[in-house]
Every structure is written in structure tokens, then in C-alpha cells.
Design a binder for this molecule. Structure first.
Ligand code: NI
Length: 255
């Protein structure tokens, strides 16, 4: 059995067949799905999905690209959700220099808020980073001065050095469909270096469908393809890798 640790199940891409998507995941051996928020509306929708489905838990937060359009009061809406049943993480949060939807100082302000909230509530945080690894690492190092870190670098595409520093900071490393792409041998080599007790798998659906489904709408059932590739590059049986990552997800998120 596997756990998809990062799915945007509330997104409109799933409006027509969300129930079937959840059922297909379970049929494929995905025993839990973490529904991750991108903004206040998405956080409320993800918490509602967790309430409706035994196999779904929720993460609440505002993704860096959406902080720029957050209305006054949206952060308070996120705060109001933290104590709801089945909310197991804060996020996604982080920094993104690829897109220019949110001024960088605003992203940093929200990232700091998420890190503080996670520490205050003793919940793990979920980090998105795109073309801003040095900035993310700087903020994480600073946060670690205030206490141990508990979180995950989601959809990891960094190099082995960044991965090692994240592990050293106490974080988990999660891989999505990109690790299965033909061109991604370097990323597969990085995946082989992650300690057994720190690796996770995810879809980041509806985006980033793994090979051989690349370009299609992604869904939690497809995390199996990513796990198969990762098991192979790490030289372990699929069942063993599935058990390892599922135990890691349970330990991090406390399902
Ligand atoms: Ni995401």
C-alpha cells in the first residue's frame, strides 16, 4: 500500500469524477491521500474532502504563488481550519522565483508565518520551492535556530547537495512524477541518495503525471508509477519501498 502525500484534490480538474478518482486510488493500493491546499478556498475545500472520505487527510495553507492575491482575512480563514479534524499539516508554503504572481518579500512573509504556525501547533509543514532553493534553505536554517524542524520538501527536483542539507535540517524529501521522466536521470540519482527513513512519494496531481501518462491529468492512483521507478533506482522490491514510504508518511503526518 502507498500514500500519496501531495494531491490537489479540491481543484476543478476533479469536479466531474472526484468520487471515482478516490475509489481508483484505493483500488490501486493508495491507502491514504493528503489533500494539500493552495489558498483559503482550497483549504476549506480540502478539509471538507477529508471529512467526507476515510482515505483523505488535509493540509491547510496558502501556496506562494497565491499569496499575492490573498484577500485580507484569508490567513485568518486558514488559521481557523488548523484545529479541524484530520488536518495534519501546514501548507503548501515556500518560495517561487519562477512565476511572478507574488512579490518575493510577500512570499517570504507568508513562508515565515507558515513555519511559525507549524511550530506553534506541532504540525509538519509542506515546502514548495521553484528556482529559490538558496532562499528557502536560508529561511529553514533560521527557523531551525528556534527548534527542530518537521516537514517535507515536496516535488523535489534539487541536487544531491540540497537534498543532503534538507535531510540534515530534519526534513523529508518527496518525489513526484518528474522523477519518472526520461530526461530525469540526474534526479533519479539524487533519489537514490535519500536515507530510507526520509523519502516520500506524491503525485502533486492534477499536475505532473508520471511516465507513461505524462501530459494527461494526474490522479493519486498514478503514484504507483513513481514508486515503481524509485524502488528500481534504489535497488529494492516495490513492496519494500511502498512499506518504507508509507511508514515515513505515517510518522511525519501522524495518520
Ligand atoms: Ni502542490
Amino acid at each position: 500500500m502507498l500514500i500519496d502525500t501531495h494531491a490537489h484534490l479540491d481543484q476543478p480538474e476533479f469536479d466531474d469524477d472526484r468520487q471515482a478518482v478516490v475509489e481508483r486510488a484505493l483500488a490501486a493500493g493508495v491507502e491514504q491521500i493528503l489533500a494539500v491546499a493552495i489558498d483559503a478556498d482550497s483549504a476549506e475545500a480540502s478539509v471538507a474532502l477529508a471529512a467526507q472520505h476515510a482515505t483523505i487527510h488535509a493540509a491547510v495553507g496558502i501556496q506562494p504563488n497565491y499569496c499575492g492575491q490573498a484577500a485580507p482575512g484569508d490567513w485568518d480563514r486558514v488559521l481557523a481550519l488548523v484545529d479541524r479534524p484530520k488536518v495534519v499539516a501546514i501548507g503548501e508554503t515556500g518560495l517561487d522565483r519562477h512565476w511572478d504572481y507574488t512579490p518575493f518579500d510577500v512570499q517570504q512573509d507568508y513562508f515565515a508565518r507558515h513555519l511559525t504556525l507549524a511550530r506553534q501547533r506541532d504540525l509538519p509543514f509542506i515546502v514548495h520551492t521553484r528556482e529559490s532553493e538558496a532562499d528557502v534553505l536560508a529561511m529553514l536554517r533560521e527557523a531551525r535556530e528556534r527548534g527542530p524542524l518537521c516537514g517535507v520538501m515536496h516535488s523535489f527536483v534539487g541536487d544531491a547537495e540540497v537534498a543532503a542539507e534538507c535531510v540534515e535540517l530534519g526534513l523529508f524529501i518527496s518525489f513526484a512524477g518528474m522523477v519518472t521522466f526520461k530526461k530525469s536521470q540526474t534526479l533519479r540519482d539524487v533519489a537514490a541518495t535519500i536515507p530510507d527513513d526520509r523519502i516520500l512519494v506524491e503525485t502533486d496531481c492534477p499536475y505532473l503525471a508520471p511516465h507513461p501518462l505524462r501530459g494527461k491529468r494526474n490522479e493519486p492512483a498514478n503514484v504507483v508509477h513513481t514508486a515503481q521507478v524509485l524502488a528500481e533506482v534504489r535497488g529494492v522490491e516495490f513492496e519494500e519501498f511502498a512499506a518504507t514510504t508509507t511508514a515515513n508518511a505515517r510518522r511525519l503526518f501522524g495518520f
